[in-house]
Design a protein around this ligand. Structure first.
Ligand SMILES: [Zn+2]
Length: 622
C-alpha cells in the first residue's frame, strides 16, 4: 500500500460523510444531550451505550470500547480496510478519487507494522514453497493422508517447516529483516551466550527457528494479513502437538480466529460454524461447507465471539463429541449468550469430530445434523448426568432443567415441560408451580444484586472526568507487546490529568499557549497534543492510530468534554496543568532524595542539595 489520500481531500470527504447520518443508516440513534445514542452494533446490549459525537465526528461505545471516525465505522461494519472504506464513502458522496500522495511521515508510522506483516507473509510463502519441495514430502504426505486435496491445501496456503535449525531465519535475514523483528514475530529464538560452568563449556549465542519439522497453518486475518502461525508436529514424540505463535505486536490470540480471511470473502453467510481444530476448518471447507473457522488453541473468548458475530446472524458450535468437546460447548454457549449473540450446537454422534463425520456421512449427512438450541443442549446434558431411577434424582434433575428455561417464552417452554413430565412423572401443574417458584427466587436474587450504577450511561451526561478516568491506565501502560506495568498512584494521577488536558485541547477552544509539549510524559499523548496544535482534526487523528487499542483510547480521549462555557474549559485545563507540573516536580524531588540517601561523595551531595532547594522553590510557586 504505497501512498496515501491527500489530507485536504480526506477532510472534504469527512465533511460530506456526516457521521450521524452515516451511522443512522445502520443503527437507530436518538439525541440525548449533546450526543446521539443507540444500541451498539459491535456487541450485544439492551441499553444504549453507543454514542456518536457530532461535534468531533467520532463514535465511542462505553460498553465494548469500540470507537473511531466515520471511516473506522464503515471498515468495521462492512469488513473493509481503510482504503476500501474511503472508496465506498467517496462513492456514496459522489466525490471523485484523488491522485494518491507519497508521504514519508505516514509511511514511517505504518512501516514498522508493515514490515512485520511482510515478514510473516514471506515466512508463509517460504513454508508453502517448502511443502511442495522434496523437503516438504513428509508434510505433504501427512496432509494428503488426511484426505486433503492439493487445491484446498493451496486455498489455505498450508506449508511445511523444514527439519533444520535455521532455515527460515536465514531465509528472512537474507531478505533484509532484522533478527529483532523475527524474534518479535515469534519466528526465531535467540538464546544469549552462556558462560562456562563446572559441567559444561561456554556457549556462544544460539539462533534457531521456532517452527521446525511441522505442518504449517498460516493464520490470516479478515484484512488479508498473515498475522501468526500454527505448526502441527509430524512425528509422534515428546514434543507439543501444536506450537502456536504467542502474542506479538501484530497478533493477539484472544481476538483472532483461524479462517477469518475466508469468512470475510463469503457474502451473506446464514451461519458461522466454529470448530476446534485447524484441520476441521480445512476439511469442512474442502467439502464445500461455507463459513467455518476455529479458535487458536485456546477456549473461546468474548472478543472472538464479537468478531464472529459480524459475519453471520447465528454461530454454530461444532465441537468434538468427546468429553472435553462437550465441556467446551457449555463454556462457549455461556460466552455467546452473555454477549447477546444467537448460537446453536451441531450435535455430532458421540466420539466423532467434524472431520470424521463429514468423511463418513458426506455433506448431506452434515447438513442433516440435529441443531440444538442452548436450552436443548443444556437440558440434554443434565438428563445424561441425572439418575432418574430415584425420586431424589428426579427432583434434582427437574430443578436444574427448569433453571435453564429462564429466558424462554411460554411457547418454547411447552416442549420442555412435556419432556420433563414424561421423564420424571411430575404432573404439569406441579412443574408449572415449580417454575413460578424458581422464577420468583431468581427475581429476588437479581434485585439484591442489582447495582444502580452498573447500567450503561443512557441518559446520563458523560462527565469528562469520568469518561477520561474510565480506564486511565489502559492504553498508557500497555506496551506494543501487550505487557503492562502497573502505575504508581502518583503517576496515575499525572496520566489522568494529561488525558483530560488532551481532551480539553481537542475542543479547539483553549488559548494556544496554555499547555506545553513538556507537560506530556506519555508519548502517545504528546504526539496527539502536537498534532492538535498543528491543526489536525480529532477525527483525522483517529484515522492515523496505529492499531485498534490505540484508536479506542484516542477516541475515548477526544470525545467532546462536557463543559458549559469556555471559562469552565480553561479552568479545568489549568487544574490539569498544575496537577501535571506539581506531580512532575514532586517526582523529581523524590528522586533527588533517594540519590541523596545513597550518596557518599560530598561534592555530589552539595550539588544534589542545591538542586533540591531550587526545585522546592519552584514547586511553591506553582
Ligand atoms: Zn459496544
Amino acid at each position: 500500500m504505497a501512498g496515501r489520500f491527500p489530507p485536504a481531500w480526506l477532510d472534504e470527504l469527512r465533511a460530506r460523510s456526516d457521521i450521524v447520518q452515516t451511522i443512522s443508516s445502520y443503527v437507530p440513534l436518538k439525541k440525548n444531550g449533546k450526543n446521539y445514542w443507540g444500541l451498539c452494533p459491535f456487541h450485544g446490549e439492551k441499553t444504549a451505550s453507543f454514542s456518536v459525537d457530532a461535534e468531533h465526528q467520532l463514535y465511542y461505545c462505553f460498553g465494548c470500547k469500540a470507537g473511531g471516525s466515520v471511516f473506522t465505522f464503515i471498515q468495521e461494519m462492512e469488513h473493509l480496510n481503510f482504503y476500501e472504506a474511503v472508496e465506498l464513502l467517496a462513492d456514496r458522496a459522489h466525490l471523485p478519487l484523488p491522485e494518491m500522495l507519497d508521504n514519508e511521515d505516514y509511511e514511517r508510522r505504518r512501516s514498522q507494522r508493515e514490515r512485520l506483516f511482510n515478514a510473516n507473509r514471506d515466512a508463509a510463502r517460504f513454508f508453502y514453497d517448502t511443502l511442495f519441495s522434496p523437503e516438504g514430502a513428509a508434510a505433504l504426505d501427512y496432509l494428503r493422508g488426511r484426505g486433503l486435496s492439493d487445491s484446498v491445501i493451496r486455498k489455505f496456503g498450508l506449508g511445511a517447516a523444514p527439519d533444520k535449525w535455521q532455515a527460515l531465519t536465514d531465509h528472512l535475514l537474507a531478505k533484509g529483516y532484522t533478527l529483532q523483528e523475527l524474534q518479535q514475530l515469534f519466528l526465531t529464538v535467540v538464546k544469549p551466550p552462556e558462560p562456562a560452568t563446572e559441567d559444561s563449556p561456554a556457549k556462544p549465542q544460539r539462533v534457531y527457528d521456532v517452527f521446525r519439522n511441522r505442518v504449517m497453518f498460516p493464520i490470516i486475518n479478515q484484512y488479508g494479513n498473515v498475522i501468526a502461525f500454527s505448526g502441527r508436529i509430524l512425528e509422534k514424540g515428546g514434543e507439543r502437538k501444536y506450537v502456536n505463535t504467542s502474542d506479538t505486536p501484530v497478533f493477539n490470540k484472544r481476538k483472532n480466529v483461524f479462517g477469518a480471511n475466508l469468512l470475510k470473502k463469503e457474502r451473506h453467510l446464514d451461519r458461522v460454524i466454529l470448530v476446534e481444530g485447524n484441520l476441521d476448518v480445512v476439511s469442512l471447507t474442502q467439502f464445500g461447507i461455507r463459513g467455518v473457522c476455529a479458535t487458536l488453541g485456546t477456549a473461546l473468548t468474548p472478543e472472538q465471539a464479537q468478531l464472529l458475530k459480524r459475519f453471520a446472524p447465528v454461530i454454530y458450535l461444532a465441537y468434538d463429541g468427546d468429553a472435553a468437546g462437550q465441556h467446551a460447548i457449555l463454556k462457549g454457549l455461556e460466552i455467546f449468550q452473555s454477549e447477546g449473540i444467537p448460537c446453536r450446537v451441531l450435535d455430532f454422534p458421540a466420539g466423532m469430530d467434524p472431520d470424521d463425520f463429514i468423511r463418513k456421512e458426506g455433506v448431506e449427512g452434515f447438513n442433516a445434523l440435529p441443531v440444538l438450541t442452548p436450552e436443548d443442549y443444556r437440558v440434554r446434558r443434565l438428563r445424561e448426568e441425572a439418575d432418574l431411577s430415584t425420586r431424589d434424582g428426579k427432583v434434582a434433575y427437574a430443578r436444574q432443567a427448569i433453571s435453564t428455561f429462564g429466558g424462554l417464552d411460554p411457547l418454547e417452554r411447552d416442549g420442555f415441560i412435556k419432556d420433563l413430565m414424561v421423564q420424571t412423572g411430575f404432573s404439569r401443574p406441579v412443574i408449572e408451580a415449580q417454575i413460578a417458584a424458581q422464577e420468583a427466587e431468581q427475581r429476588q436474587k437479581e434485585a439484591e444484586n442489582a447495582h444502580p450504577n452498573q447500567g450503561a450511561p443512557r441518559a446520563k451526561k458523560v462527565d469528562p472526568l469520568e469518561a477520561v478516568g474510565l480506564e486511565p491506565a489502559d492504553g498508557a501502560a500497555a506496551t506494543p507487546g501487550g505487557a503492562r506495568k502497573p502505575l504508581s498512584e502518583a503517576d496515575l494521577k499525572i496520566l489522568r490529568a494529561e488525558e483530560l488536558l488532551v481532551s480539553l485541547i481537542a475542543t479547539g477552544r483553549l488559548p494556544g499557549d496554555l499547555a506545553q509539549e513538556e507537560d506530556f510524559t506519555d508519548q502517545e499523548l504528546k504526539n496527539v497534543y502536537l498534532d492538535l496544535k498543528a491543526g489536525v482534526s480529532p477525527s483525522s487523528l483517529i484515522d492515523q492510530a496505529i492499531d485498534g487499542d490505540s484508536r479506542s483510547r484516542l477516541t475515548r480521549l477526544l470525545l467532546s468534554p462536557h463543559a458549559d462555557s469556555t471559562d469552565e474549559l480553561i479552568a479545568m485545563a489549568q487544574d490539569c496543568i498544575s496537577t501535571i507540573r506539581r506531580g512532575g516536580c514532586e517526582k523529581k524531588l523524590k528522586e533527588i532524595m533517594d540519590r541523596l540517601t545513597n550518596c557518599t561523595d560530598e561534592a555530589e551531595k552539595m550539588g544534589l542539595l542545591a538542586e533540591y532547594q531550587a526545585l522546592s522553590a519552584s514547586l511553591r510557586k506553582l
